[in-house]
Design a protein around this ligand. Structure first.
Ligand SMILES: Cc1cc2nc3c(=O)[nH]c(=O)nc-3n(C[C@H](O)[C@H](O)[C@H](O)COP(=O)(O)OP(=O)(O)OC[C@H]3O[C@@H](n4cnc5c(N)ncnc54)[C@H](O)[C@@H]3O)c2cc1C
Length: 424
């Protein structure tokens, strides 16, 4: 189908595209456009798979069923207690609060039941076929070796704790995600090191995870280069609506289409095009446990500590925490400590050889949906950012849809909820 369409589209090699950002979204968009016959340059200030990108340090889960956004009914009531308790996974850098108040007000305004249902439906359209999207993107390359498929479990102390999540599970069920239940014996088959407190699991089949997200994105970028794409290492300073891209130092590149996939940094570049977006970094953290004595057979979402745990090729990664503190401040001390406590609560007695801490920036728009589509007033530029907590999951689909839009095709998806100018 792609090849046939490419033939119909004419002499493709004369069409040039620049993709800004070599995280999962940008790499996917670049590969897709290249496969449509375009001459594509992928620009990033760092190598693909670098630890500065969210795509490096995420939880690795292809979380098809994670369609319920963070702001939900009741969050506003709980938030103040959470913010003042260092054992809760929500943090604010207080010095940053004045700058982000307008965002925060808008973000919380999307927490009504009607909004959450609307957002979940739109997210389901982006995450539903994510395992297949990743497989198709990586097919035939070394990247394919990092894709694991299997269950995704929600871990609870007991059925009563599971039932407290009933509202979110009901929304997931409306979109076809039905878990089956496992008891303590079933949990131990999956994860022998689990502490005695854990006695109940809700298991979602047909999910997936990436056994090393940074290496995976690097391998995808190598595939792109092998397929004839060009990778350029540079800081992009500004975009013009007509396809000019200004690099640090003043050099200007030109293309017929530019895809803006710079993750949490995208809003700064979009603002230069006149598109002002309510967007923030939801800073998140991971703690990697290298060579642990045992590892779970598949990822867990542990709602009690609001973290995920994922088996990886080096051991296990715990990832989570939401911290509002902007793009420029360094990591805080408390979140890794909280993840360490979570590890001890989930697997008391588990030993591992080494640890690694990391902080990264989830790209989040106020309504938890990405900006995906043409930018009004900037006819050459397509927005492809804002994957928030499921940006690894949805990255290949967002990238493919952005590539189709850039190529002038009409994607087979309702993208109205993701229109880049929807906040105007
Ligand atoms: C702790 C944590 C856990 C997570 N867990 C999961 C999970 O389990 N599953 C899931 O689906 N998602 C998860 N996510 C979310 C996911 O990681 C992100 O949504 C996703 O990686 C975003 O990808 P991206 O390509 O849009 O952005 P990034 O991966 O951040 O890439 C953006 C790239 O743009 C480059 N760039 C930015 N500005 C410029 C510029 N001016 N010039 C040149 N280059 C520039 C950066 O260097 C970077 O390489 C998690 C995130 C965090 C932080």
């Amino acid at each position: 189908m792609d090849d046939e369409q490419a033939r119909r589209d004419g002499p493709q090699d004369q069409r040039r595209a620049i993709v800004v950002g070599a995280g999962i979204t940008g790499v996917a968009a670049a590969i897709r456009l290249r496969r449509m016959g375009w001459a594509v340059t992928l620009i990033d200030r760092a190598p693909a798979g670098d630890r500065g990108a969210a795509s490096f340090g995420n939880g690795g889960i292809l979380a098809r069923c994670s369609i319920v956004p963070v702001p939900v009914p009741g969050l506003l009531a709980k938030a103040p207690r959470m913010l003042f308790d260092p054992d809760q996974p929500l943090y604010l850098r207080w010095s940053y609060v004045p700058r982000m108040l307008p965002f925060l007000a808008k973000y919380l305004s999307y927490g009504s039941e009607a909004q959450v249902r609307r957002i979940a439906a739109a997210l389901a359209g982006l995450t539903g076929d994510s395992v297949d999207e990743h497989r198709a993107l990586a097919a035939g390359s070394a990247a394919a070796g990092y894709i694991q498929t299997g269950d995704y479990g929600f871990l609870y102390r007991d059925r009563a704790q599971y039932q407290k999540d009933a509202w979110g599970h009901a929304i997931r069920a409306e979109h076809g995600f039905h878990p089956y239940e496992v008891d303590r014996a079933g949990l131990l088959e999956r994860d022998p090191a689990l502490g005695e407190a854990w006695t109940f699991g809700a298991i979602f089949p047909d999910h997936g995870w990436i056994a090393n997200p940074g290496a995976y994105v690097a391998a995808l970028a190598e595939t792109f280069a092998r397929e004839g794409g060009v990778i350029r290492r540079a800081e992009v300073e500004a975009l013009s609506g007509d396809g000019r891209v200004t690099l640090a130092g003043g050099a200007v590149m030109r293309a017929d289409r530019v895809i803006l996939a710079a993750g949490a940094w995208s809003a700064r570049l979009a603002a230069g095009l006149g598109l002002r977006l309510p967007m923030e970094s939801e800073r998140g953290y991971h703690l990697a446990l290298k060579s642990p004595a045992s590892a779970p057979a598949h990822p867990w979402m542990v709602g009690e500590v609001k973290a995920v745990t994922t088996p990886m090729d080096f051991g296990v990664r715990l990832a989570g925490i939401v911290e509002f503190g902007g793009l420029d401040a360094g990591p805080s001390e408390a979140p890794p400590k909280l993840l360490r406590k979570a590890a001890a609560r989930i697997w008391p007695g588990l030993e591992w050889e080494a640890e690694e801490e990391w902080m990264g920036h989830r790209p989040v728009l106020a309504d938890s949906l990405p900006a995906l589509g043409a930018i009004p007033g900037a006819p050459a530029v397509v927005a492809a950012f804002g994957g928030q907590h499921v940006g690894l999951t949805a990255g290949p689909r967002i990238g493919r849809l952005a590539a189709e839009i850039a190529a002038g095709r009409t994607p087979n998806a309702d993208l109205a909820p993701c229109a880049p100018d929807r906040f105007r």
